[in-house]
Every structure is written in structure tokens, then in C-alpha cells.
Write a protein that binds this ligand. Structure first.
Ligand SMILES: N[C@@H](CCC[C@H](N)C(=O)O)C(=O)O
Length: 285
């Protein structure tokens, strides 16, 4: 494997290198992923989406009867995550634009289970069924902001782990070059994504995020869903409830239904495609 075909896409500026690998022939290790996602020496992205038939990947073969395609998602440092909400919307857009799937409702296998994603034929916004939020606890989770202020946080699991913290201003999160400390660390044995949230208006919030394995990104779909359900609980909102969640890279609209299902809608676009010679990339580690 030397030359690799790729595409580049984003959902609210959460950007991804997309690698078609229908038959699961590629052996992309963490070093390849990190090199491809490097913004200076590679293509640059928050994460990588390998597009493989479920039947051809051992991690997804058990879902092959339900979903033809498996989203093999990796963070930009090469680590594996269970789920990526913007990624699954971009993944579905790719399947439709490439002719691998017809517009409409697509079933996509992820490490967080099979998700239904609706891709309209007119190129409009893409909607992902995100499953239900879980609140694993424990109570008493706190985030220490850069100015030393300690804030309570809500532990929300959207397939992947999130700490949601309400702040006065989005700048209170600081530079986010590194993740602010979350305690007790034992609440997140696999690490966590941290969302900082402010109110904009009733039913309308804005957030920044520090993602596990990627650093600060311009959007996080699972994070926006975690923010929505945490805010709806804080507000005592009656379900179904719909919130607008502004992220640095755009806007997502999220609904939690009475049965707990969460649905997220927003833009998902493919912007480029090309070939990369893996031998030219800098492999670290
Ligand atoms: N940006 C994604 C989340 C990607 C995974 C996350 N960094 C993790 O490690 O859990 C999204 O849109 O949900």
C-alpha cells in the first residue's frame, strides 16, 4: 500500500479524511491515521472515516445483516472512538454522492451500534438518529477552569463519554490547547470529551469542545447531543424538546423524543478528493 485514494469532508467544520476501503484491504494503523490527519505535514483533519463493508471488517461483521457499511472512525491521534455524530452524517453523504447508496434512510454500522441517517436527495441537511443518552454518574463531577474556578459537570454518554459544563462565557474555557482537569478521573476510565456551554436564548445554547484524541475542534456531534440532553434536564424541558446548538463551525438542531431517542440535523459536505502517497508522510511514534 503506497498510494491511497481519499476524500475530505466536514460537518459544521468538524473535518474528516474519508478513506474508501470497500473490501477491507487496507491496514491503516494509528501512525498512518495521525500522519494523514496532521494539519501541516499531512492532509489535515479532526479524524478519519474508513468506509468498509461491514461484512469485511471483524469489528462490524455481526452488524452486516442490518447495515451494509461500517464507519471505522479514528481520532486524529490515531485512537479509536465508539461513535462520531458529525462523522456518521458525513459518511452517509459520501455513500450517497459516490453512488454506493440511494438518498433516504441509510443504516450505518458504528462501534456504537447501527445508526439510521437520513440523506435528502436535494443535498440539504443530514439527520442522524443518535440513540439515547445515558447518565453513568457518579454525581459530583467537576471541571477546573484555567482561572482556577471549579464547576460542576454532567457525565453524559452518547456512545462515547462526555463531561458537560455550563460556564458564563465560552472564553472561560481558555485556549483549550490541553484538556482542563476533570475530577474524579475515575469517572472516565477511557478518557472524555469536554463541552463548555453558555445560554443564548430559550432552547438555544452555544458550546466549545475539547475532544479526546483530537483537541479543540470546531464541532462535535455527539458532544452537541450531550449538551442538548444536559440542558434539557437542567431546564426541566418537556419532551419532545428541540434545541439549537451553536458550535464554532456552525449550527446543529437536536431533538430529544419522549422515548429518549436523540436526533441531530446539520450540514454535511464533501469538499475534495485526491490521492496521497503514504511514503511521503511523516510517521511518528
Ligand atoms: N467529533 C465527533 C466525536 C469524535 C470522537 C471523540 N473524539 C471521542 O474520542 O469520543 C462527533 O461529531 O461526535
Amino acid at each position: 500500500m503506497s498510494t491511497l485514494r481519499f476524500l475530505k469532508g466536514h460537518g459544521t467544520e468538524n473535518d474528516f479524511v474519508i478513506v474508501p476501503d470497500a473490501d477491507g484491504a487496507l491496514d491503516l494503523d494509528a501512525r498512518h491515521v495521525a500522519a494523514l490527519c496532521d494539519r501541516r505535514a499531512g492532509i489535515g483533519a479532526d479524524g478519519l472515516l474508513r468506509v468498509v463493508r461491514s461484512a469485511k471488517d471483524p469489528a462490524a461483521a455481526h452488524m452486516a445483516d442490518e447495515a451494509e457499511w461500517f464507519m471505522d472512525y479514528r481520532n486524529s491521534d490515531g485512537s479509536i472512538a465508539e461513535m462520531c455524530g458529525n462523522g456518521v452524517r458525513v459518511f452517509a453523504r459520501y455513500l450517497v454522492e459516490s453512488g454506493e447508496a440511494a438518498p433516504g434512510d441509510l443504516r450505518i454500522a458504528t462501534r456504537g451500534g447501527v445508526k439510521t441517517v437520513r440523506v435528502p436527495a436535494d443535498g440539504g441537511d443530514v439527520t442522524a438518529e443518535m440513540g439515547s443518552a445515558r447518565f453513568p454518574g457518579p454525581d459530583g463531577i467537576e471541571v477546573t477552569l484555567p482561572d482556577g474556578t471549579v464547576r460542576p459537570a454532567v457525565n453524559v454518554n452518547m456512545g462515547n463519554p462526555h463531561a458537560v459544563v455550563f460556564v458564563d462565557h465560552l472564553d472561560d474555557a481558555g485556549t483549550l490547547y490541553t484538556a482542563p482537569p476533570v475530577t474524579p478521573a475515575s469517572a472516565y476510565p477511557e478518557g472524555m470529551n469536554i463541552e463548555f456551554v453558555v445560554d443564548r436564548a430559550p432552547g438555544h445554547v452555544a458550546m466549545r469542545v475539547h475532544e479526546r484524541g483530537s483537541g479543540e475542534t470546531r464541532s462535535c456531534g455527539t458532544g452537541a447531543c450531550a449538551v442538548m440532553v444536559a440542558t434539557a434536564r437542567r431546564d426541566g424541558a418537556e419532551l419532545p424538546a428541540t434545541y439549537t446548538v451553536d458550535v464554532p463551525g456552525g449550527r446543529l438542531v437536536i431533538t430529544e423524543f419522549a422515548d429518549g431517542r436523540v436526533e441531530m440535523t446539520g450540514p454535511a459536505v464533501i469538499v475534495a478528493e485526491g490521492e496521497v502517497d503514504l511514503a511521503r508522510l511523516t510517521m511518528r511514534g
